[in-house]
Design a protein around this ligand. Sequence first.
Ligand code: NIG
Length: 409
Amino acid sequence: MELVVRNASELVTCDGPAGGRAEDTLGRIHRGAVGVQGGRVTFLGPEAQLPPSAIGASTRVIDAHGGFVGPGLVDCHTHVVFAGDRSDEFELRCQGKSYLEIAAAGGGIAKTVAATRSASVDELVRLARPRLERLLRQGVTTVEIKTGYGLDVESELRMLDAIAVLAREGPQSVVATFLGLHAVPKDLAERRGEWVETCLELVDTLAKDRRCDFVDAFVEQSAFTHNEARQLAGRARTAGVPLRLHVDQLTPNGGAQLAAELGAVTADHLEQIAPEGIAALARAGTIAVLAPTSTLFARARPFAPGRALRDAGVSVALCTNCNPGSSNSENVSLAMGLACLENGLTPAEAFLGFTRVGALALRRPDLGRLTLGGPADLVVFAAESYRALPYHLGMNEAVHVVKAGRLVV
Ligand code: NIG
């Protein structure tokens, strides 16, 4: 084999049975080893069963030194392509100003839009690269990236071009989401319908040219209405592009019920979700994507009710939501730790949120798990147990990262 990982405390395959206890879904293999050939997993099982022929003269052997091995992590909701800085807003929030007050005073998304509009594709790529690199070093081998800081046709396309360059460069798999309905462009404040119409037309073009994997909208008092999201969903359905929605983040507005009604793959944020919203997501099979670092960073209490969502049978994915306004952080461990401490998830649920469920949120069921014959995206961690990721709060335990069979960290 080209690559073998041995001497692990355990493999956490995330390939156990779904629907029951998260601890079972982890699919742990005590003292497991992984063999890789041609970018695929060709051996997965107890090291004692690794055939002696697996390791030859040209095999690269990674010694896990008693750490655990898991699938490449998946960050299923980010805005890492942007220009500019909003540290001034951070300071205002520390003084007690809310995210919405700052946005109303001319900051917020609009500020990043101004900076992003004046950046070239090269500049956007140059700025995004270190953000992806920080994710990669923690073991994130798949990243979703949204547009939404262009808010005119040309700038939204430039963002998509930057995302495409990053995808081509690798090593991470990149999933592109068109988020034209992120905020109403300032210059169209009195003619918002025009921007919605423009985005609907863009959905057709982007779908035809296969330039995005998802479409998304920010459903919020300060952003877009249920009806506007419905129009987007209708057009996306016709164009064959799956839908995601930012809902119930800052103010409660029945967004989760809307996401369920529209058949969205995911409902993201959910700090303000109502009990009926939880029930609706459970019925529809919509995945909840929680972004606890943004709840912390935007000082937007309460944290989303992760425990209630799980208890109702909703699948919960996690993300860093890395962006300059509400979550200037690529820290996976911090997101997992907050998910346990503040959203009420267990460490097993948090780990699945950044692996198997995160991948399902991106409609990539082949990723976020280790399976025989599946993609060889894997991480060797220094810690013995997956629990260390939320427990060693904010610290990076990843030592080796393998993407499609290639050692990239
Ligand atoms: O996911 N909710 C809307 N969008 C981002 C925030 C973007 C910004 O403030 O720049 C989010 O939190």
